[in-house]
Design a binder for this molecule. Structure first.
Ligand code: HEC
Ligand code: HEC
Ligand code: HEC
Ligand code: HEC
Ligand code: HEC
Ligand code: HEC
Ligand code: HEC
Length: 469
């Protein structure tokens, strides 16, 4: 039998000639506009998390320096975060525009930072949900091609699969139509981006970024949610919340995201949907969602407000505050995925599961190394991690530190150098290296790092030290 390569991604532009109506409508949606290169950011001056900022000429100025605003993430339905490119490595900026509040403020997660944080790496997963045909550079943590993604926002092929064959012969090579898939595969199309749960853990040797429409998401990852349901709302909790609703539990597979959301226009068809199932409902002339799907503040996105998809009755008592154990929402709760999930959540139970995990791959070993009290044992684990993934930055930095303590500084230096090639924002690696280099080399290294992170007190102090010797 003759073999040929499978269809490849070709870009939404290629669909326009035949599906012009859908294309033009979709281009106006929040999903289509969820990321892009910055064109012009209006000038502004403001305070955020106790720091003074100014925006001018697409740059963010602060006490001690400034940073370019190169790319944006977020259509601005709720808000927009900004990303800078430093020698091809992407970093999230510490301030975000909150559209609903009409103000600049600290980016989610930066609210309580005492210093201005400029080195938070943008990893591929972030762009994978907000843009399409992402181009991560192999062997790095946050370096991307130029441009970092070939398409702004969510492209047609993210829901329909690669289109190269279909474009050549539309009748023969059909695209995936989510609505025609069996329920688990259909729901996976939206869940690839709208589900994170408490933790999502990739299966050994698999990457969510390789998922294609038509496949099962549970073949790529296990998703954990709190066992007793969560009361608070998160940015990506729509799938879990809907699953917990009486409507979904009682009606099963017929109810899915597409029941209420028209994917190409973003139109809200929830009213028809409610009435379709609740013919005898009260308040028929009013918007059901207005009372039964209230908008609430989310816990993980600064000032974001989102719709509660659990369609609950107010008179029903809500579950107690969520914590304790987690269960698999998708995928399996085997020791490996449970251990990695608990480790991500900082839960004590991680170690017992990790020790029993199979396979003991580099992700497991990396977590075990961090939890390992015996330095020599931890070092062996780090070495094993690096054999499987030569660019695991935490292993590079920590193994380097272990070797340096034993006087093996040349080896340590090489590891730290590799860590910095993967991500030049790793301050620990910079400071460590500056200790074992000549004064001149250390100065060059620290100056280069201060261009990326001009507000680093530690790097400034070290530079003063090496310069005075
Ligand atoms: C050359 C014209 C042409 C181009 C270009 C084209 N399509 Fe189509 N598409 C068609 C036609 C014709 C059909 C109907 C095929 C049939 O029913 O046999 C179709 C059907 C579809 C369907 C429905 C499949 C189903 O089973 O319900 C989807 C989804 C789709 N196209 C998506 C795309 C996407 C995404 C692109 C861009 C990557 C694209 N098309 C590019 C002509 C085209
Ligand atoms: C698992 C997929 C996923 C990941 C990873 C992810 N996001 Fe999102 N993000 C979403 C979804 C889905 C929404 C829309 C939620 C909604 O409207 O309720 C969203 C909303 C946003 C918004 C608000 C956009 C708007 O105007 O509605 C911003 C800003 C944002 N994300 C930034 C980021 C940044 C920055 C990262 C990485 C550091 C990131 N997100 C990682 C899926 C993701
Ligand atoms: C967010 C996911 C998503 C994106 C992005 C998306 N679609 Fe669709 N598309 C769907 C779903 C879901 C259906 C099935 C709709 C239904 O039957 O209710 C569909 C159906 C279709 C169909 C066949 C049925 C019809 O409505 O004619 C075509 C053709 C199509 N999409 C083309 C496109 C093109 C072209 C783009 C990009 C401009 C695109 N889609 C972007 C989810 C998406
Ligand atoms: C590749 C990732 C991705 C996929 C696949 C995806 N979404 Fe989204 N979706 C997003 C992101 C990111 C946002 C936030 C856009 C923004 O405001 O920046 C979003 C926003 C939305 C919104 C709110 C904005 C609006 O236009 O009303 C709805 C509703 C939505 N998605 C539904 C769906 C449905 C239904 C599916 C599956 C058919 C789906 N999404 C598939 C990433 C995705
Ligand atoms: C696919 C069918 C379907 C759709 C669509 C649907 N529901 Fe339901 N819903 C049900 C079923 C089945 C039940 C459980 C039996 C009952 O109470 O009728 C239910 C239960 C409810 C309940 C009682 C919840 C509880 O905790 O006891 C409310 C309130 C409700 N639905 C409101 C809505 C609203 C509002 C919408 C639209 C936003 C909606 N439903 C959409 C099928 C649906
Ligand atoms: C029973 C109807 C219904 C179903 C099913 C449903 N939604 Fe929604 N969704 C709504 C309503 C109503 C809104 C609010 C729309 C508005 O205010 O314009 C909304 C809003 C959203 C938004 C915009 C941000 C927010 O939270 O306000 C996203 C994203 C979203 N839904 C994703 C999904 C996903 C993903 C699924 C499938 C897991 C889904 N929805 C299933 C009714 C539904
Ligand atoms: C003005 C607010 C409001 C509107 C609009 C509204 N509801 Fe309700 N609904 C309520 C309240 C209040 C209850 C009583 C239960 C509770 O929440 O404690 C209720 C109860 C229900 C129940 C459960 C009935 C029972 O006793 O088991 C269903 C089903 C329901 N609503 C569906 C709908 C549908 C469908 C629509 C839209 C056509 C709608 N509601 C519009 C406020 C509203």
């Amino acid at each position: 039998m003759l073999l040929s390569v499978a269809a490849v991604f070709i870009g939404s532009q290629m669909c326009r000639s035949c599906h012009v109506g859908i294309y033009d409508a979709y281009a106006q949606t929040a999903m289509a506009k969820s990321s892009g290169r910055v064109e012009s950011v209006p000038p502004a001056e403001f305070n955020a998390a106790g720091h003074r900022y100014k925006i001018a000429n697409n740059r963010l100025f602060f006490d001690g320096g400034s940073a370019a605003m190169d790319y944006f993430i977020g259509s601005n339905a709720a808000g927009r975060s900004y990303v800078r490119s430093h020698e091809g490595h992407l970093f999230e900026l510490p301030v975000t525009w909150y559209e609903q509040k009409q103000k600049w403020d600290a980016s989610p997660g930066y609210e309580k930072e005492a210093t201005i944080h400029l080195t938070r790496a943008i990893e591929p997963s972030c762009l994978q949900c907000h843009s399409s045909r992402v181009r991560p550079v192999l062997g790095t943590q946050n370096r991307f091609g130029e441009p970092p993604f070939l398409e702004n926002g969510v492209s047609c092929e993210r829901c329909h699969g690669p289109g190269s064959e279909h474009v050549k012969d539309p009748a023969a090579a059909k695209m995936v139509n989510p609505a025609k898939l069996e329920p688990a595969r259909r729901d996976a199309v939206c869940s690839q981006c709208h589900l994170t749960g408490e933790a999502r853990i990739e299966k050994a040797g698999r990457k969510i970024s390789d998922y294609k429409p038509g496949e099962l998401l549970s073949d790529y990852a296990s998703y954990f949610v709190s066992a007793i349901g969560r009361r608070d709302l998160k940015v990506t909790s729509h799938v879990e919340k809907l699953a917990a609703s009486e409507c979904k539990m009682a009606s099963g597979d017929v109810l899915w995201c597409g029941t209420c959301h028209e994917p190409h226009t973003g139109a809200d068809r929830s009213q028809q949907a409610c009435l379709g199932c609740h013919e005898k409902a009260h308040n028929k002339t009013e918007r059901c969602a207005g009372c039964h799907m209230p908008r609430k503040q989310v816990v993980d996105a600064g000032h974001g407000v989102m719709t509660d998809h659990s369609i609950h009755l107010r008179r029903k008592a809500q579950a107690a505050p969520a914590q304790s154990s987690i269960t698999a929402f998708l995928g399996t709760a085997d020791d490996r995925s449970l251990g990695l999930a608990y480790a991500e959540l900082g839960d004590q139970r991680a170690r017992e599961h990790l020790l029993r995990a199979s396979p003991q791959d580099w992700q497991v070993q990396l977590r075990l190394a961090v939890l390992e009290p015996d330095a020599a044992k931890a070092a062996l684990l780090y070495e094993s991690v690096l054999k499987q993934n030569p660019y695991a930055t935490a292993a590079l930095v920590n193994l380097g530190t272990h070797l340096a303590k034993q006087g093996r500084t040349a080896e340590a230096g090489r590891l730290w150098q590799r860590a910095l090639a993967a991500n030049p924002g790793l301050e620990e690696a910079v400071l460590n290296l500056s200790l074992i280099r000549t004064a001149k080399e250390a100065q060059a290294l620290l100056r280069r790092y201060l261009e990326l992170n001009p507000v680093s007190q530690k790097a400034r102090m070290r530079l003063a030290e090496v310069s005075s010797n």
